[in-house]
Design a protein around this ligand. Structure first.
Ligand SMILES: [Zn+2]
Length: 308
């Protein structure tokens, strides 16, 4: 694997082995950042217009309608996250900040469970959808300026956010400042370059389909995510994941090139999760054991802020 060094005025120095090349973009295992990311990183200006105006309109055209269709299933995973966070919470309250709240699903579940929820979401369309559901959200990017206007929170949730931003350590640090001592952070990102994906790529001599450099700048696994969270001053407590979709590929079901098959297989795993929801202990034990072995489609990490 060739070594790549990259430096920019905006993002500083980066260096590491090239682990994938897709559509002219290289992904390096950056020894400076401690996780894999694309080089060169796009400018902040370009990213801002993409997430404010285009992401949910163009890139995720069906997302809002599919999100409604999937809500019953999503509630299962989300309730588990609230349950796990509740078990480790020591800050005394029930306020939630959802960074990158999308259409507001996580907050909708939180509200049912008695949490006071606030979202931050750059997409105007997704934010409008949230407000129409009677939930609170600020339309904008979560940055230092916005954070200064906010209160502190007992629980901060960030689902599928850190893979999209050019400086995840900075974003995480800003979020941690808003977390109360004894509060809980839950971060969820795709679990990429995982052992099952590696097996599919090796077995079928194919490109790494999960590398989507226009959307995903960073590629984490459980270890690199926990290192990043640990560096922000929090203590990592527990890992969870969701269904390892790569198992379908190893069964010869290539959903990556066939959206109809993708929805069908997605339906199967939804059925499984909905049935498991009747016994949350079994559901948590299954996904926690997969996560601890590095498997599963998402890397979900729960961490707490020391009481000082
Ligand atoms: Zn780097």
């Amino acid at each position: 694997m060739p070594l790549r060094e990259w430096h920019s005025e905006e993002y500083g120095s980066h260096s590491g082995e090239v682990v994938a090349t897709v559509a002219g973009h290289e992904v390096i295992d950056c020894t400076i950042c401690g996780f894999k990311h694309v080089v060169p990183l796009p400018s902040a200006e370009k990213l801002q217009s993409f997430y404010e105006d285009e992401f949910y309109q163009n890139e995720k055209e069906n997302y809002l309608s599919e999100a409604d269709e999937d809500f019953t299933w999503k509630q299962v995973e989300m309730k588990l996250r609230f349950n796990v966070a509740g078990q480790m919470l020591k800050s005394g309250g029930q306020s939630l900040l959802d960074i990158g709240s999308g259409p507001g699903d996580f907050m909708a579940v939180g509200q049912q469970l008695g949490w006071q929820c606030l979202g931050v979401e750059p997409s105007k369309v997704a934010c409008e959808h949230t407000l129409n559901r009677g939930l609170k959200a600020i339309n904008g990017f979560f940055d230092t300026e916005l954070a200064q206007q906010l209160d502190t929170f007992d629980f901060i949730h960030m689902s599928e956010v850190l893979e999209h931003v050019p400086d995840p350590a900075h974003l995480l640090g800003t979020a941690v400042e808003l977390l109360k001592p004894g509060g809980v952070l839950c971060v969820s990102v795709p679990n990429d370059f995982n052992p099952l994906q590696a097996q599919v790529v090796e077995g079928a001599s194919r490109d790494p389909w999960w590398v989507v450099p226009d959307h995903h700048l960073n590629y984490f696994d459980f270890d690199s995510l926990e290192t990043l969270i640990g560096n922000s001053g929090l203590v990592c407590q527990r890992r969870l994941t969701n269904f390892p979709m790569e198992l379908f590929l190893l069964m010869g079901q290539d959903y990556t090139t066939d959206p109809t098959l993708g929805r069908k297989l997605h339906g199967w795993r939804k059925s499984m999760d909905i049935q498991l929801a009747n016994n949350q202990e079994t559901q948590a034990a299954l996904y926690e054991s997969l996560a601890n072995a590095g498997f599963g489609r998402l890397a979900i990490v729960f961490a707490t802020k020391p009481m000082q």
